[in-house]
Design a protein. Structure first.
Length: 204
């Protein structure tokens, strides 16, 4: 007769040693928080870079807007009795946009640019022929485009700042934020000038 082993077909519960369980639980307890910390840290860094990128976009649009105002002034000087104070103010604004400005300073520059643009538009009201000039129309259209881009960038910036600031105040991302020594960002606040309609006459 051949060998005929006895097969145990009964249910058998899985077993593990105390040390096996201990090391698995310790690994889970230690590794999961580390993973969560790294994930929170990376998200904070990405969001911070997103905010800085948006602020840079606003700065670029402000510079473009001032340059167009300067060109608009050059195009209109020969037609109108030009105000020296307006020219001086725009030149100063152009110099300011070449500096590294924080959010509050960028906001002040933007409001000042809006004020000067309004003054130039008031002067153009007295010159119907000049308002119909193609160069003037193109520059005013470009300025309006800059204003729209700045408004959109400000909304995107404030949205990103809101999410970033909230993550600095909630657990567990605030632990990673504290280790990175991060601070909340300031919002772009609506100024009284921004709450008013800015008339951009396109000669139409």
């Amino acid at each position: 007769m051949g060998y005929n082993p006895t097969v145990n077909n009964a249910e058998v519960a899985a077993k593990s040693s105390f040390f096996g369980k201990f090391f698995v639980y310790i690994w889970f307890i230690l590794i999961f928080p580390i993973f969560l910390f790294i994930l929170s840290r990376n998200n904070l860094i990405r969001n911070k870079e997103k905010i800085e990128e948006t602020a840079s976009d606003i700065d670029v649009q402000l510079k473009r807007r001032v340059d167009m105002l300067t060109k608009l002034i050059d195009s209109t000087k020969q037609y109108m009795k030009y105000e020296k104070d307006t020219l001086t103010a725009v030149v100063e604004l152009r110099n300011k946009t070449n500096q590294n400005l924080n959010v509050k300073e960028l906001d002040k520059v933007n409001n000042a640019i809006t004020s000067q643009a309004g003054k130039i538009n008031v002067l153009l009201e007295n010159y119907p022929d000049l308002k119909a000039n193609n160069s003037v129309i193109e520059l005013q259209t470009g300025i309006k485009d800059c204003e729209d881009n700045i408004a959109a960038a400000r909304r995107f910036y404030n949205s990103a700042v809101r999410d970033f600031n909230a993550s600095l105040k909630t657990w567990p991302s605030n632990v990673a934020a504290s280790s990175l020594r991060l601070n909340t960002f300031l919002y772009f606040e609506a100024d009284a000038v921004d709450c008013q309609d800015v008339k951009i006459d396109l000669g139409q």
